[in-house]
Design a binder for this molecule. Structure first.
Ligand code: DGL
Length: 353
């Protein structure tokens, strides 16, 4: 190759390389709902007794200037609440906004900042109703923004990287705090106060955030997001489904009260393998006879609730929750009831999602 040609090639590489290295940044929208990540405390050492849902989305973004290096970020304040007050109306509003954004070709992913108390429920609801494969990442914090070593900024930074990551496409709704990537279906808040509170006990994390990248090691096998049959776009309310907690010496009062209040479904967080104390079983059988759907879940939180194990579900016409916790089973039953009241069909739904 002549000297002139080799010089031209070297010049071409010098020009081309930086351009190749500068992939366009992903477009990520941050929807803020409140919680501790937006919380403020009286002092820098206040980590309990602070006020959640005080700081707006623009301040959250401004607090992490590094976001600009990893994504083109826009923020929207969808609501400003402590997440113990999250409800069906808020979920429908959030889901419709997420679906509208993900339908836009110029949006690559969505991050939702949220209180940690009900993050696992909002994430699972969205896992069942988001109609896209694009990443949706729900993020929170265990320490308020004013605290020493607040975890919100790094959690938000990781969540934006994850939402813009091609590896997160098709993985379902993700919950990402403390450098760990969890699937919405199984993640749960396991500790009242520590930064490592979000766990996926037994079935495990999907992966980790490390060195500004997402590292996946597995994915959920159940239906979610684009493969879900549930559509809330035309809904402005959801069926009332309540949870009854199981314990020694339990009685039928709670079940009867929920039925009297008009519940369309009841999830029982039973002891052991979803076992029912006789008075509770009698109340649930009466509820079923009145058309209330009954799902047997387990307070243990892990493991399969076996159909026809502790109860003859074929005879009582109950449904079992498979491995869903009671709070997750409530969400799936609520959505199932928007499509059917047939218990065989609902049992198929619990074995699919
Ligand atoms: N009130 C709780 C909530 O909004 C604070 C817990 C938190 O966000 O970490 O979920």
């Amino acid at each position: 190759m002549s000297l002139k040609a080799s010089r031209f090639l070297a010049l071409l590489l010098l020009v081309a390389l930086p351009a190749a290295a500068q992939q366009p940044l992903p477009n990520v929208v941050i929807l803020a709902t409140g919680g501790t990540i937006a919380g403020t405390g009286a002092t820098s050492t206040t980590t309990v007794g602070y006020t959640a849902a005080k700081i707006g989305v623009e301040a959250l973004i401004d607090a992490v200037p590094e976001l600009k290096k990893v994504a083109n970020v826009k923020g929207e304040q969808v609501m400003q609440i402590a997440s113990e007050n999250m409800n069906n109306e808020a979920w429908l509003k959030l889901a419709k906004r997420v679906n509208a954004l993900l339908a836009q070709p110029d949006v690559d992913g969505v991050v939702i900042t949220h209180g940690t108390d009900t993050i696992e429920e909002t994430a699972y609801f969205l896992d069942l109703v988001v109609k896209s494969d694009k990443p949706v990442v729900v993020v929170g914090a265990m320490r308020p923004s004013t605290a020493i070593s607040a975890d919100g900024p790094i959690n938000l930074y990781n969540a934006v990287i994850l939402a813009g990551s091609k590896d997160a496409i098709g993985k379902g709704v993700l919950v990402c705090l403390n450098d760990q990537i969890n699937a919405a279906r199984e993640v749960t808040k396991s500790n009242t106060a520590t930064a490592d509170t979000f766990r996926t006990p037994e079935l495990g994390f999907l992966g980790y955030m490390q060195d500004n990248k997402a590292h996946f090691y597995r994915e959920s096998t159940r239906r979610h997001t684009a493969k879900s049959e549930f559509d809330v776009s035309q809904l402005d309310k959801l069926p009332q489904v309540d949870i009854v907690y199981g314990y020694a010496n339990a009685n039928r009062v709670a079940v009867d009260a929920f039925v009297a209040a008009g519940a369309k479904g009841i999830v029982n967080a039973g002891v052991g393998d979803g076992s029912l104390a006789d008075p509770v079983k009698a109340a649930l059988i009466d509820a079923r006879k009145k058309g209330v759907l009954v799902v047997r879940s387990a307070r243990a939180g892990n493991g399969i609730v076996a159909r026809n194990g502790e109860v003859n579900d074929d005879q009582t016409d109950f449904v079992v929750s498979d491995t869903l916790t009671a709070q997750k089973a409530r969400i799936l039953l609520m959505l199932a009831l928007t499509k059917t009241t047939d218990t065989k069909e609902i049992q198929r739904i619990f074995y699919s999602y």
